[in-house]
Design a protein around this ligand. Structure first.
Ligand code: AMP
Ligand code: MG
Length: 395
């Protein structure tokens, strides 16, 4: 059995991006750049005013008060092409090009107007209120590197670069197969006394979507091998990555691996020394990746967060490490010693400290909803008192 760090190392070595495609910037949200974004224009495009006010010659302000004739008006998107001669000024608004001759802006709060004249009573301060051409970025500059996730802030920079199309990594197509005779579509379980809602595939699909997957299907399978083999073949045919839930351990009807045997399943790892989620496995079958998650909902979501998210990060062209940004925080509650398996407790923020949830069962579903953190406790760790620093991961 390998350690968690060894499992992440294996994921790192196999999670390669799947190819690229071009998308319009309007469809760029949450995609990952395959090519850098290069500025096609300067920003600002010329020297522009940072404020609403009057564009003047600094020389004319040496002896205030001074009255300057208003000889033009410059708007954003409506530049005035004249020149401000000595003893004159131009009305100007935020983002408008500063006319020739002017070399500073006086904010309108410092100006009194009468007819065609602007009077500046006192010295207007040192600030010029001019944003120089290219002071944000210059044409030809790389604004966003390849591998960058297009979050809302990155999209602003991409659009400001004046590009319409972005070269991004293709999203991995993911198919979820949830195994279990007991499973029913949420909303229908009450009709059968031995049924439970298939909650895991709903959560895994959402988590995978957050990490860039395109979830193309979610199929519930009964624990019967021949039909499971057919479903495995079909899923592998359509998807880049198949997630199987349940049936991962040694129960008599645990067929999650067996169903991929006719597709020559090759295991990358078959168990990881973690708690919860030890039966999690990863392999290749029919040329595609297959990850098997335990069926217990907390185990499934913990292993999805710890191993599926990094796998998807790598498949979408991001660094695997971006999915595992551990940080340290002090415990708000004590932790008991842990055994030989690295343990990932469910916790939540309590101010700037971490409270470990009291119900830690691997089948938990309500407690799962209350957890916003995973708290990492190394194998054979002694008991930890409140205040001890632990590693935590956003869950
Ligand atoms: P298994 O891994 O198939 O042995 O399942 C372990 C436990 O998780 C059992 O109690 C199952 O009923 C439950 N379980 C398995 N799959 C799911 C699922 N998709 N949604 C909710 N619970 C599940
Ligand atoms: Mg089962």
């Amino acid at each position: 059995m390998i350690s968690f760090d060894e499992a992440v190392e294996l994921i790192h070595s196999i999670a390669q991006p799947l190819g690229t495609e071009t998308v319009s910037i309007a469809d760029g949200a949450r995609r990952v750049l395959a090519q850098p974004v290069i500025a096609q224009i300067d920003s600002p495009r010329s020297n522009v005013s940072a404020m609403d006010g009057y564009a003047v010659r600094a020389d004319d302000l040496r002896h205030c008060p001074v009255s300057l004739e208003i000889v033009g008006q410059s708007f954003a998107g409506g530049a005035w092409n004249g020149t401000v001669p000595p003893g004159s000024c131009a009305r100007i608004f935020t983002g408008a090009p500063v006319p020739d001759g002017a070399d500073r802006v006086v904010i309108q709060e410092k100006v009194r107007t009468s007819g065609n004249f602007a009077t500046i009573e006192e010295h207007a301060g040192a600030a010029r209120y001019i944003r120089e051409r290219g002071s944000d970025f210059a044409e030809g500059e790389e604004l966003l590197a390849a591998g960058r996730l297009l979050d809302p802030r990155a999209l602003v920079a991409a659009a400001a670069a004046d590009v319409a199309q972005l070269e991004v990594h293709r999203r991995p197509r993911l198919h979820i197969l949830s195994t279990g005779d007991e499973l029913a579509e949420p909303g229908t379980a009450r009709a059968r006394s031995d049924a439970i809602p298939d909650s895991v595939s709903v959560g895994v699909a959402a988590l995978a979507g957050q990490w860039g997957a395109d979830c193309i299907g979610r199929t519930r399978l009964r624990d019967a091998l021949p039909a499971m083999e057919d479903a495995a073949r079909e899923a592998v045919g359509r998807a880049d990555l198949v997630v199987v839930t349940g049936g991962a351990s040694v129960g008599e009807k645990d067929f999650a691996k067996a169903m991929f045997a006719p597709l020559n399943l090759e295991l990358v790892f078959s168990k990881v020394s973690i708690k919860p989620g030890k039966p999690v496995w990863l392999g290749r079958a029919g040329g595609k990746l297959v990850i098997g998650l335990p069926g217990n909902p907390t185990s499934a979501m913990v292993t999805a967060r710890l191993l599926l998210a990094p796998l998807l990060a790598g498949l979408t062209g991001r660094a695997v490490a971006e999915a595992l940004r551990w940080r340290t925080a002090p415990l708000a509650s004590p932790l008991r010693p842990c055994g030989g398996r690295e343990t990932f407790h469910r916790g939540r923020w309590s101010g700037s400290a971490v409270e470990v949830l009291s119900f830690q069962d691997s089948s938990a579903q309500k407690a799962l909803a209350n957890a916003d953190l995973l708290v990492r406790q190394p194998p054979e760790s002694p008991a930890l008192e409140p205040g001890a620093e632990v590693e935590v991961l956003e869950f």
